[in-house]
Design a protein around this ligand. Structure first.
Ligand SMILES: [Zn+2]
Length: 388
């Protein structure tokens, strides 16, 4: 076990003595001492008081110094950005929000992100050099290995744009600053799991907003698929959608029936004025029976697709997030109705279908988690301490 692996033991934040670490890892006390020194030298762990002595000098304890560096977590939505500054434990130190259309293009959006990020660092009294990395979520398909968006439908100008390189240059740093990019639904799945379902290995996060998509966690890891499009359930065809045109050019897509704008336009066509998902939520809050029924039907449509996902993936938790999930039980009831009716009994015996608890912070929590897991991985820590 190298220094990077020993460090993983301490990432839970508990303080331990050298003897306790020797017992957990099976390493010799002398080896532990060398690796502790190396990790202390780079500031990733620090002294954490003394343990109770059984006679003689009390043994020192060591713990992960989560505040030694910071990371930036960025959630770019269709019409806004949310940026959080967190410590290495994922704790949010500060955050800022700004309204901007993603459609104005990558340079304008990323310039705003960098400007806000610099302000957050300044406010926290942290130098750019203390930045361990940046995690970014974008509202479209992303090739995760390169951080470049891939044919994103609502993001003109972003296709193939080298997001990591642009952000690194803007900070005046080259490849030494880690920047990871993924699509927003994937990072929301990571954030929801890290914050609220850490022991669930198989989780499906479904975002229901302007679009509909899913983030898949399988055996504890995000499943991106061969090209990063895994979980793109918004364009599965439903029989109820015959004749309903989708923005992707096909007809009958789930997104064309059950997204926020789709529910609004169905209500509007039926004589109940609504233009957006937000209008639908307002109507629900004011007790509109038509809106409640429309939301429940959207839930059934989503549930019809999720029933297939449940049979295929056997998750133990399905989390429904995104703007329209604020309709709460009305949407969930429709989802549950179809999933329990259409999935195999064994697949639903322990299945929970719940509303997102992270809410609109799921994205930044996940972006922070994604970049922290990368910069604190055993390999990276090993390289940092020259593998003591
Ligand atoms: Zn479609």
């Amino acid at each position: 076990m190298r220094a990077g692996e020993l460090f993983q033991v301490l990432r839970d934040g508990h303080a331990r003595t050298r003897a306790e670490l020797a017992e957990i890892t099976g390493l010799a006390r002398s080896t532990i001492a060398t690796r502790i020194d190396a990790l202390m030298a780079c500031g990733l762990i620090g002294p954490a008081g003394e343990a109770v002595s059984s006679g003689g000098r009390p043994p020192s304890r060591f713990a992960f110094s989560a505040s030694s560096r910071v990371v930036l977590a960025v959630d770019v939505g269709a019409t806004h950005v949310l940026i959080a500054l967190t410590d290495l434990g994922g704790r949010v130190l500060d955050e800022s929000r700004a309204a901007i259309e993603v459609a104005v293009g990558p340079v304008a959006v990323l310039d705003l992100v960098v400007e806000q990020a610099r302000r957050l660092l300044e406010r926290a009294g942290r130098d750019v050099r203390e930045l361990a990395g940046i995690g970014i979520g974008l509202p479209g398909p992303v090739e995760h290995s390169t951080g470049r968006p891939a044919n994103p439908p609502i993001m003109p100008g972003w296709d193939g744009f080298d997001v990591p390189a642009y952000v690194q240059q803007s900070f005046g740093l080259g490849g030494e600053l880690d920047v990871l990019v993924d699509n927003d639904v994937n990072i929301m799945a990571l954030g929801e799991r890290a914050g609220y379902w850490p022991i669930e290995e198989n989780l499906l996060f479904v975002k229901v907003a302007t679009g509909i998509g899913a983030g898949i966690v399988g055996r504890g890891l995000l499943q991106r698929g061969a090209d990063g499009t895994a979980g793109d359930i918004g364009h599965v065809r439903l029989s109820r959608g015959d004749g309903v045109l989708c923005r992707c050019g096909n007809v009958g897509c789930l997104e064309a029936l059950a997204s926020g704008p789709a529910v609004a336009s169905a209500l509007d066509a039926g004589g109940v004025h609504a233009e957006s998902g937000e209008d639908v939520l307002d109507l629900v809050r004011h007790g509109s029976v038509d809106a409640v029924q429309a939301v429940r039907q959207a839930g059934r449509d989503i549930g019809e697709v999720l029933a297939t996902c449940v049979n295929l993936l056997n998750p133990s938790v399905i989390v429904i997030g995104g703007g329209l999930s604020a309709a709460g039980e009305y949407l969930l009831a429709g989802v549950r109705e179809m999933v329990y009716q259409r999935s195999l009994p064994l697949a639903t015996a322990r299945l929970r279908i719940v509303q997102s608890m992270a809410g609109d912070r799921a994205g930044v929590l996940g972006a922070s988690h994604m970049i922290i897991d990368h910069v604190l991985s055993p390999d990276r820590i090993g390289a940092l301490v020259a593998d003591a």
